[in-house]
Ligand binder design. Structure first.
Ligand code: PHE
Length: 452
């Protein structure tokens, strides 16, 4: 069975696909506003520290389990668990990936609507008009669901073409397009008058704003951005060949992910500062603040503003799409392998089920008033349960499983295999996974419930 398993056809394709899974809305939308709220460059430095010391080791751990298991995340954990309950950690990863797919598709759909709105020039007007536009759209019953369905079926189309013909091929096309779009908009934003203030905010650290909260935010953001504990990394690694050097690959993926996040900052800060807007404004940043920023910054050259806006939302949609593909694959491989279905049938189950979840999440934002749990909308419940509970629990248990329970010889063999590093960093890796990562994850988990 292991021989028959599909694999990525090239190293570049494999890195682009995995980086595509990691690079998502988190990079372009969440990272800049977190940076804005947490002291700019100081936050970025702490973030890079979290990626190096915690994100990369966790990613390598998932790579090891995925490649060794060469199957969907649930079965990969089962194979290594020797009949013990650790397989449920794999199942949790699949469940997390599945649940996120639905609500992530809703926000991805918003990005498509904003491409359409940019083309039609609907994002013009004064700041209140832009806010009303977003509020009316996001709470309406039909349009957001329409776009959710569109993006999920595009994802479906890629997935049914398999690993090489679907995921790898799409990543090789979409990721370079994303880089080009990003670079062009970075240049456009940095050339705006007054852009220097934004650039220096991003590059000159202000440590006076750093608190312990900054560290926790940076850690949470790094895990979210690298798609840790969602099943995606483990699933993609199951398509890696024995020749893949896992440590190098994790470093490359983390580099691409961080680079894209910083470049996204180099669009948003210079543009926002040039018109005197606060970029730390939170989740509304890309759908309300930015259209206003683009309107004002390019008011003298509306055609450029039109092009920048179109390019920005296309870039955001591409980033969302490649992440959605990686999320979809987690559940598709699970259903098709565990229920012995064809890939197409497995994918159809996932697409239909996540469309339903997405539709309910979208409706909960205002179109109907009964989709609440306590005072949270269904949308927020999914976000909270997956991001705040499942992610830390899954990440913590994965570190404990790999660090303490999987035989060290197996871990070492996977880590050093084809390594140019020849296992020199194996001791450091194991130390981080055994002690530092679980403690740090426990820290964020307890802190968010105000226990510490
Ligand atoms: N890493 C993605 C981002 O930055 C988010 C994501 C999480 C994608 C989990 C897939 C799985 O947006």
């Amino acid at each position: 069975m292991a021989e028959e398993r599909a694999s990525f056809g090239s190293k570049l394709g494999m890195i682009l696909a995995t980086a595509g899974g990691a690079v998502g809305l988190g990079n372009v939308w969440r990272f800049p506003y977190m940076t804005g709220q947490n002291g700019g460059a100081a936050f970025i430095l702490i973030y890079i520290g979290c990626v190096l010391l915690l994100g990369i080791p966790c990613m390598i751990s998932e790579f090891i389990i995925g490649r060794h298991g060469a199957s969907n995340t649930f079965r990969a954990y089962s194979k290594m668990s020797g009949g013990k309950a650790w397989k449920y950690v794999g199942l949790l990863g699949v469940l997390t990936g599945f649940l996120i797919t639905g609500y992530y598709a809703v926000v991805s759909g918003w990005c498509l609507q904003y491409i359409y709105a940019s083309v039609m020039g609907e994002l013009h007007g004064d700041p209140t008009a832009v806010k009303t536009y977003f509020d009316t759209f996001a709470t309406s019953p039909v349009r957001p669901i329409f776009w959710t369905v569109v993006i999920l079926w595009v994802t479906h189309f890629v997935i049914i073409h398999g690993i090489r013909g679907g995921i790898e091929k799409a990543s090789k096309l979409l990721m370079p397009t994303l880089f080009v779009l990003l670079l062009v908009i970075v240049v456009a934003a940095c050339l705006l008058p007054g852009a220097e203030k934004g650039i220096s905010f991003l590059l000159k650290p202000d440590f006076s704003k750093v608190t312990h909260q900054t560290f926790l935010n940076a850690l949470g953001q790094s895990f979210y951005s690298l798609s840790i504990a969602m099943g995606c990394i483990c699933t993609y690694a199951s398509y890696y060949t024995r020749q893949t050097n896992l440590a190098n690959s994790a470093i490359q993926v983390a580099l691409v992910d961080t680079f894209v996040a910083i470049l996204a900052g180099l669009v948003i800060f210079p543009a926002a500062f040039s018109v005197g807007v606060n970029p730390g404004s939170g989740p509304s940043l890309v759908f309300i603040t930015l259209p206003n920023v683009f309107n004002e910054a390019f008011s003298g050259m509306p055609v450029i503003g039109w092009i920048v806006s179109l390019m920005f939302y296309s870039l955001l949609s591409l980033a969302a799409l490649t992440s959605l593909i990686s999320l979809h694959e987690v559940s598709t491989s699970f259903f098709s392998e565990e229920l012995h279905l064809s890939r197409k049938t497995g994918a159809t189950i996932v697409t239909v089920a996540t469309t339903i979840i997405g539709a309910f999440c979208s409706l909960s934002l205002g179109a109907v008033n009964w989709l609440y749990v306590g005072d949270k909308t269904l949308f927020d419940v999914f976000d909270f349960v997956t991001g705040q509970i499942f992610l830390p629990v899954g990440g913590f248990l994965t570190c404990i499983f790999l660090g303490w329970f999987i035989p060290k010889t197996v871990v070492k063999d996977e880590f050093t295999n084809w390594g140019t590093l020849r296992g020199r960093f194996f001791g450091v890796f194991l130390f981080l996974v055994r002690f530092v990562c679980p403690l740090a994850i426990l820290g964020i988990f307890l802190h968010q419930f105000n226990v510490i």
